[in-house]
Ligand binder design. Structure first.
Ligand code: PLP
Length: 459
């Protein structure tokens, strides 16, 4: 069978049998699934041979790039030695213990206890239960309300989806659960009032936290959960005054601060943790994705001394955990992934010349583009906000599907970009080179130009 024939067969089987995440299935069947078959470095190939520069590192996770021999070998060796064992009933596997110790070394100061799971959603459900467990231990059972942010993404479990601030994920599933509250985020492009500066919206968004705490009663508020930079919400980069103000408010009202580092962790913002980039001192930190560079499913929750020591000393059983928590193969691969990141300086690479190049090339390419309202970058993250009127920060009518049109052109042009509303999102592998950044910029520009022509936008 030729490549086209093989692709077609997989598309037919996929439409018939495979239900996808976040999909309206009959529409997907009409359009045809893109079947990705292999990857190498920053590139992936579709089953028909079409080559794509992966500007999204999979789903913000393939930090070290695809096809690393060392990671394949470590997985193979561990599969032969001990393919599975659990960490229940007084047991632990060697790579799992080693990984927890390694994480304690690279985590923000004082975070030395780690609980493993398999996905970011499970990590955040672990966060929720651990926070409730903690306040029960502390004799404050009324302190149970969670505050998180609109457009925050924290996963799909009933708890983590309740933390998530995306209403389209709630309606059809009768969520959020009671006890979950969503406040505004410091999204200047999308939310600022006329004349409001980035600083001012940073202040207003922090004030929204204090207002919500006071409305609920500080004695009832358990924790505030947020991503250092909101990723899936559209790479919403906070102004510098936001996080210090949030930190101070959490301290003032004895509200635990939880950093969801599922995207920002492992070098994305130019340090191991987004918390370092923004000077956040979280009580709890959730991680996944970059922990294994997406090679195997694994996630973790790290605890600072306050909650970690309380769980450690807790008289009542911490009755929580999943079969694959701290899976030895996933732990071995993650350890090797961290070693590679250390050897190649990937954790801080985005803060160096490559991050500067990323910012400069994207700004230069798009600053005067008639359809790009704002170019936001931090570390190796970016959002190009497509706009009908830059000065008024005006979005295109949703019906025109401008973002998804642009994304489709981009894929045809050999670049994976993601559309969040009309924001074109980029988050490439951390090994990206200057030449590949040039390629991203050129392909993104071509795609945006084609989108302009396709929708008849003159600028
Ligand atoms: N938290 C954040 C910040 C995420 O971006 C994601 C996924 O994109 C999650 C949690 C959920 O992770 P998972 O899809 O592995 O359940």
């Amino acid at each position: 069978m030729d490549l086209q024939g093989a692709m077609q067969r997989w598309q037919e089987l996929d439409a018939e049998h495979h239900l996808h995440p976040f999909t309206t299935h009959h529409e997907l069947a009409g359009r045809g699934t893109r079947v990705i078959e292999r990857g190498e470095g920053c590139y992936v190939w579709e089953a028909d041979g079409h080559k794509l520069l992966d500007g999204m590192a999979g789903l913000w996770c393939v930090q070290v790039g695809y096809g690393r021999e060392r990671l394949a070998r470590i997985a193979y060796e561990q599969l032969k030695k001990l393919s599975y064992y659990n960490n229940f009933f007084q047991c632990a596997s060697v790579p799992t213990i080693e990984l927890s110790a390694k994480l304690a070394e690279i985590l923000p100061a004082g975070m030395k206890r780690v609980f493993f799971a398999s996905s970011g959603s499970e990590a955040n459900d672990t966060v929720i239960k651990s926070v409730w467990y903690y306040w029960n231990l502390m004799g404050k059972p009324e302190k149970k309300q969670f505050i998180s942010r609109k457009l925050g993404y924290h996963g799909v479990g009933v708890g983590s989806a309740s933390l998530t601030g995306m209403s389209f994920m709630h309606g059809m599933f009768d969520l959020p659960l009671p006890r979950f509250h969503h406040i505004m985020n410091p999204y200047w492009w999308g939310e600022a009032e006329d004349g409001e500066t980035e600083e001012q919206i940073g202040q207003r968004a922090a004030q929204a936290l204090e207002d919500k705490i006071l409305e609920l009663g500080p004695e009832n508020v358990a924790a505030f959960v947020a991503e250092p930079i909101q990723g899936a919400g559209g790479v919403i980069i906070p102004p510098d005054n936001y996080w210090p103000a949030v930190q101070a408010i959490c301290r003032k009202y004895d509200v635990l601060l939880v950093a969801d580092e599922v995207i920002c962790g492992f070098g994305r913002t130019g340090a191991w943790w987004g918390s370092e980039t923004y000077g956040i001192q979280p009580d709890i930190l959730a991680m996944a994705k970059g922990l294994s560079s997406g090679y195997v499913p694994i996630s973790a929750v790290a605890f600072g001394p306050r909650v970690g020591d309380a769980i450690f000393a807790g008289e009542k059983e911490y009755a929580h955990g999943v079969t694959y928590a701290g899976h030895p193969v996933a732990a071995a691969v993650s350890l090797e992934n961290i070693r590679i990141m250390e050897e190649e300086g990937l954790a801080t690479r985005a803060a160096g010349p490559i991050g500067t190049y990323w910012r400069d090339v994207l700004e230069q390419t798009f600053k005067d583009h008639p359809m790009v309202g704002q170019v936001r970058t931090k570390g190796l993250l970016a959002c190009l906000e497509l706009s009908e009127d830059r000065a008024k920060r005006k979005r295109f009518d949703e019906q025109r599907e401008v973002g998804s049109t642009c994304r489709n052109f981009s894929v045809r042009n050999g670049l994976v970009m993601r559309a969040v509303r009309d924001g074109m999102i980029l988050s490439p592998p951390l090994i990206i080179t200057e030449a590949q950044i040039d390629e991203i910029a050129a392909k993104a520009k071509k795609s945006i130009d084609q989108t302009m022509a396709a929708i008849g936008f003159k600028g």
